[in-house]
Design a protein around this ligand. Structure first.
Ligand SMILES: [Mn+2]
Length: 355
């Protein structure tokens, strides 16, 4: 049997990181495009099963029209059985579309009560979120009933506390899962692709920002009906990729020179870029508003991680407003070392105002 496994599409997410360049809408279009590519692949390859393991959309932002769009695509693959797990962003709550919307006949939506769907040669077990949090270990109530068949488990949750706060997001222990002896465990929640033998996070279908670097896509799996042997393939879907580019600015002497230098760098068009400034920075180079001067609009963030190269001690001894300002902030850095970066940014903005 063949299947496609996706998770964490997050339809209608606000993509706040993209708003610096007004690209949030663009990203939502790319999100629809990517989902459509999954459906087209399933249609072309005649894949009988689609597993969507949580966070298909964002409860807070999802529009009726987007649900219509998703469902139309589901209807286009009417020969494919679609299994949906509600996640912590799209829980099966009272006013959820999962409850109120009339989805296509080939769609099965799971709830918090584990269910087993019996098909010809495979049993599919699943459970998901009925609220924005789920703490109980529902996994303890699951047991394979027919070991002769192919058994697949679908859920959305945190494997061995991969994330902080994992206790609130359906914690599942790997050892418990292994002991259950499913042939495949399809998970969602962690946005990074993780393949631990037959326990799999496909990662988010598309990247949601600079904390999700690298390729994003779906898992195509096949389980041999006789030997139960599993083979997996990752298929990239997201045509854009988030990347970080470090620039050492120690040898740059003005803001203009820095802008020119960044504008000379070639980036392929399918990248969203974060520029990270490193090294030592001359005191009068302002970096906080540099983004608006950069010609490549796919650069959506400039982060200054460089050290201020300036003798602040000398300025702090000056008996004027600037001296008092620097002295105060230097004291603040000493008292709150955890806020050093923020305070240095304030120092930079303040000094540029004085200049
Ligand atoms: Mn998610």
């Amino acid at each position: 049997m063949k299947f496609i496994h996706i998770a964490d599409v997050h339809f209608d997410a606000p993509f706040t990181a993209m708003q610096t360049r007004n690209l949030a809408n663009q990203r939502r279009l790319e999100q629809r495009e990517s989902f459509k590519k999954v459906i087209e692949y399933i249609k072309r390859e005649n894949i009988p099963y689609l597993f969507i393991c949580g966070d298909l959309y964002e409860q807070e932002y999802i529009k009726n029209s987007t649900i219509e769009y998703i469902n139309k695509l589901f209807e286009e693959i009417s020969n494919t059985k679609i299994f949906i797990i509600p996640g912590n962003h799209d829980p099966y709550i009272k006013n959820s579309y999962y409850k109120t919307y009339n989805f296509a006949k080939n769609v099965k939506i799971f709830t918090e009560n584990p269910e087993k769907i019996e098909l010809d040669n495979v049993d599919i077990y699943g459970y998901g979120f009925e609220d924005f949090y789920m703490q109980s270990e529902i996994i303890d109530n699951i047991k394979i009933e027919n070991k002769e068949k192919i058994n697949i488990l679908l859920t959305h949750g945190d494997l061995d506390g991969a994330k902080n706060n994992s206790i609130r997001y359906n914690p599942v222990s790997k050892s418990k899962l292994k002991a259950l002896e499913f042939d495949y465990v399809a998970l969602g929640h962690i946005h990074k692709k993780i393949i631990e033998e037959n326990i799999v996070y496909p990662g988010s279908l598309i990247s949601h920002g600079f904390d999700e670097l690298g390729e994003h896509g779906m898992i195509e799996g096949q389980i041999d009906e006789k030997t139960k042997e599993l083979s997996l393939k990752f298929i990239p879907i997201d045509e854009k990729e988030f990347i970080e580019e470090n620039i050492d600015i120690s040898q740059i002497y003005s803001k203009e020179e820095l802008i020119e230098k960044i504008n000379e760098i070639y980036f392929p068009e399918n990248k969203y870029i974060k520029i990270v400034l490193t090294g030592n920075k001359k005191a009068d180079i302002e970096t906080f508003d540099i983004l608006k001067y950069l010609s490549n609009t796919n650069i959506i963030k400039v982060k200054n991680m460089s050290k201020l190269e300036i003798n602040l001690e000398i300025i702090a001894r000056q008996n004027n407003l600037k001296g008092i300002f620097v002295k105060k902030l230097l004291e603040k850095i000493e008292n709150e070392p955890e806020n050093k970066q923020k305070i240095e940014k304030a120092m930079e903005i303040g000094l540029s105002a004085f200049n």
